[in-house]
Design a protein around this ligand. Sequence first.
Ligand code: AMP
Ligand code: GLY
Length: 427
Amino acid sequence: MNVLLLGSGGREHAMAWKISQSKLCSKLFIAPGNAGTRSCGTNIEMAPTDFDSIKKFCTDKKIDMVIVGPEEPLVNGIVDFFANDKSVSHIPVIGPSANGAQLEGSKAYSKKFMQRYKIPTAAYREFDLDNYEEGIAYLKDHPLPIVLKADGLAAGKGVVICQSRVEAMAEYELMLQHNKFGKAGKKIVVEEFLKGVELSMFVLTDGNHFVILPEAKDYKRIGEGDRGPNTGGMGAVSPVPFADKRFINKVESTIIKPTIEGLKKENIKYKGFIFIGLMVVGEDPYVIEYNCRLGDPETEVVIPRLKNDLLELFVAVAEEELDKVTIEQESRVASTIMCVSGGYPGSYEKGFEIKGLNKEYPSGSFVFQAGTKTEGDKILTNGGRVLCVTSFGDTVHEAVDKSREVLQEIDFDGMYYRRDIGYEFMS
Ligand code: AMP
Ligand code: GLY
């Protein structure tokens, strides 16, 4: 098969690495990819949201399947675009339709969806300029902390957790009156704060059947000890010790099954990943958010732990035969540590040479690149999250230690990474 993968992050490098190992893969193209994906296939300079160019490329190169990494093309309707154009409608695109992607694209939509199907989630109300005053009254009586969420996509920055009512009122006004998050914040969700432990679950569905992929724990804060501002993700581990069979069964019956049934009932075309962000309160899972894609950096531990041929899974999705598939997971622990540019998640400089790459890494360790690009034979930093090192180990401790060892060899100006990934699972 000729495959086109859209995206350019560490998630896409991990997916490209796995796809390139598939016995079904003839040619793999990554658009636009990064310096790391070059070792798995051919990078193509093409934006994942430029549907016309993607269509032309698919026709010219006889592409048999398109796999979408990030959310934006999905929310913009790439699946519908292909389905509605006779010249490319035969090419399966792995991902939900625009309607399905609304589970991530609109928090208000996903909250209503969860309410309709009695899926456990934090209590909430939604407000915009039309019911602005009602929102003020609601905030006055709301227990603290208060969670405010911009309805639309806000590059992971649209959630504000307010510790006081004054702060909540100020944020509320900033979002609704002063367009703090632009169009994404024209509507907001005000939500009850859930105190618990976060967990990322990943489901692959063909619209009818589903399989559950390995779960992961993501470390979102920039600083060690989970301090400082939120980032895209500074590291991850999989499996997560408390997510035992009993717990996963509970998530399956209270969340995953009603989600898939809900999508079916509403005739929403969904052939792709559902990333369910959970807050586990006591022993009970609540949905904090749905995403219509895999997580980053979770993918960099989930995909290495997946023993199945990834393209075979995608073919089963396209043919609606996921019920014939059994997921096989590597039982060892995988951990990943993300290296970021100095200053991230605030402003940072790009273009620093990365030294120590392209070496033979110890067995069971992998470098997945994210914000990187090539210049001649050099690899330069090209983003906030630059690269991550994933390692397998018998314990979280061993896996993290192995990644840290590899990181000793890698260097660029301003490089920073957390040394405490997996800390709560180490004895
Ligand atoms: P999101 O963009 O929805 O993933 O939210 C970003 C982060 O805010 C999450 O990873 C949680 O740490 C936190 N968060 C979101 N909603 C809640 C909530 N209802 N209660 C507590 N924390 C939350
Ligand atoms: N690591 C969280 C995300 O991909 O949204």
